[in-house]
Design a protein. Sequence first.
Length: 242
Amino acid sequence: MIPKAAPVITVDGASGTGKGTVSQLVATQLGWKLLDSGALYRVLALAAQKHSVALDHEKALDVLAEYLDVQFIAQLNDFPLVILEGEEVTGTIRTEIIGNAASIVAALPAVRAALLSRQRAFREYPGLVADGRDMGTVVFPDAELKIFLFASPEERALRRYNQLKERGVSVNLGDLIKELQERDKRDQERIVAPLKPANDAICIDTNRLSVEDVVERIVREIQGKKAFPAISELNLEFGMAE
Ligand code: C5P
C-alpha cells in the first residue's frame, strides 16, 4: 500500500500580507513543519551576490539553485535559523535589496524548476504549513487547505514600515509602497507560477485584521475540514473549545 502523503496547509499572498508570521503561528500550534519558500528564493539571491552571479544569468542560477547549500534549523516558537554554506544568514536575507533580488531570480523558469523538489521535500508527518506565492497552485496543488491572504499596498507598506522602524531602520513610506507595487507586478506578471489564488483557495482580506484574527480564522477552517479529523480533536489546544 502506498502511504498517504502528509497533510499540507498552504498560505499564499503578496509581501506584507502577514503570511510568514501567520504560518509560523499555525505551524507552532499544530506542531507541524514550516516551509518559508520565500526564504529559499532569498537565500538563492544572496548566494548569487556572494558568488558574483548576475541576476539574469539563468543557466548559472539554475546550477546555483540545484547545489544550494542551505539549511533551515527549526526553533521553538520562532522562525527557523537559515544557514547558507555554513554561515548564519537569518537576518541578512530579510533586507529590501535581497527581497527585490529574490523576486528577480524567482521569475526565471529554470530556477523555479530547480527549487521544486527541495520544497516538496519539506512535506513530512505530522504535516506541513507552506507559505509563499505558488504553494497552492504549483508546489502543493493537492493541499488539504489553501489560504490566500491579501491587503492593500498601503496597508502592507505601513506594516513593513512599522516593522523596520521597530528595528531602528529608517525608511520612506512612499518608497516602500513603490517598491512593493513593483515587486507585486513582477510576481503577478511572470510567466511561471505567478502570484494568484488557487481556484480552491479561501481568500482572506487582512486589511482590518490582526495576526491573531487571521490565525483564528485559519484554525476555524481547519476545524471545519473533514480532511483533518485528528486536528479537529485538538480544539482545546487551540483554546477554542466551545
Ligand atoms: O515571501 P518573501 O517576500 O520572502 O519572498 C521573496 C520573493 O521570492 C518574492 O517577492 C517572490 O518573488 C519570490 N517567491 C516566489 N515564490 C514563492 C515564494 C517567494 O516567487 N513561493
